[in-house]
Design a protein around this ligand. Structure first.
Ligand SMILES: [Zn+2]
Length: 335
């Protein structure tokens, strides 16, 4: 395992390698980009490269330091995450105190702060102290997908590296390398492109089950079957706000993807560019239960619902809106 084995972002790899080669490693960096898991992989890779026993500007993946870093047991690498909603002041105070301690085994002590924008004013100000008094043997790497969530005074003291979202081809290639067959890799790549969560890093089987459930729900709603059951299930789920929001967001996302595919199949049945390739035949059958206008209406409606969930709208209101959009369309007369 080396920088070349990491997925995408070749430009960033070149920058990091050149820091190492010229010995100009910044004291504090921000890795900013849309995929948190990928940022962490890069940050961990960089931490390994800084301490690898066999490589100068890269990491080998099999020396003692590299192996320990991969198993979270390397004493000079700390990966931190917010304790609850935010980083607690004690977590940051610890960093301030530890700042001047020498590395225990390696060349550099590396602290990776995941979700770095989750700092409240008191922890952010405490962290600023660390940045104001750089210790030469330390490297701080802040990971975030929300640059605006960081204090300008923190940002101005960090080297900011902007990561690009991964392309479909990059994801496919990577997954094949990891042992997926070509078809699964391509499907995952397609689905991850459209913001479906946990496709690449999460439990794919669980994801596929959820997707099958969503298809059954869509199929029922479009054919006016089992509407009552769907409604009851949603109400039952809404007793726990947290579970409901997660389920609803995921389901509405999946339904949107399927509706987009239905739209494509309605307009051009031979088009090979649908996302849910493995459901093509079922989705094709569903086109006989829905018009282009209604599909467009539902796609738009699902977008509104996704926005409304984020706005913390009441679960009951969301459910009613959702059900009405599928069942009361004719009466509402919205085009
Ligand atoms: Zn190594």
């Amino acid at each position: 395992m080396a920088f070349d084995d990491l997925i995408g972002n070749k430009r960033i790899k070149n920058i990091l390698t050149s820091y190492l080669r010229h010995n100009i490693v910044p004291y504090s960096m921000i890795f900013f980009g849309p995929s948190p898991s990928n940022l962490l992989t890069f940050a961990r890779g960089f931490a390994k490269a800084l301490n690898c026993l066999t490589q100068g500007d890269d990491f080998c993946g099999h020396c003692q330091h590299c192996i320990e870093a991969d198993h979270e047991s390397f004493l000079d690498l700390r990966v931190l995450q917010p304790d609850g909603q935010f980083y607690k002041k004690e977590q940051i105070t610890y960093l301030v105190e530890d700042n001047f301690n020498r590395p225990m085994k390696g060349n550099k002590k590396v602290y990776i702060l995941t979700g770095a924008h989750h700092m409240n004013p008191s922890s952010a100000n405490a962290f600023l102290k660390v940045l104001e008094e750089p210790a030469p043997a330390n490297v701080f790497i802040l990971l975030t997908d929300n640059l605006n969530g960081l204090l300008p005074t923190i940002k101005s003291r960090c080297q900011i590296l902007k990561f690009s979202p991964l392309s479909k081809n990059e994801i496919t290639e990577y997954l094949v390398q990891q042992g997926d067959d070509a078809e699964t890799a391509q499907l995952k790549a397609y689905l991850s492109q459209s913001n479906a969560e946990n496709v690449v890093t999460g439990d794919f089987e669980e994801f596929m089950n959820k997707r099958a459930e969503a298809l059954a729900m869509l199929s029922g709603l479009l054919q006016n079957r089992g509407v009552e059951v769907t409604l009851m299930n949603l109400f039952k789920l809404s007793r726990s706000r947290e579970k409901f929001v997660e389920y609803f967001r995921e389901t509405v996302n999946l339904l949107s993807l399927m509706l987009r595919d239905i739209m494509i199949l309605l307009v051009d049945p031979q088009n090979p560019n649908i996302i849910n390739m493995d459901y093509k035949e079922t989705l094709k059958k569903l086109t006989s239960y829905i018009s282009i206008e209604k599909t467009l209406f539902l796609i738009r409606k699902m977008e509104y619902l996704l926005r409304d969930i984020q706005r913390n709208l009441n679960a009951r209101v969301l459910i009613m809106e959702f059900m009405k959009s599928y069942t009361d369309y004719e009466n509402e007369g919205v085009a």
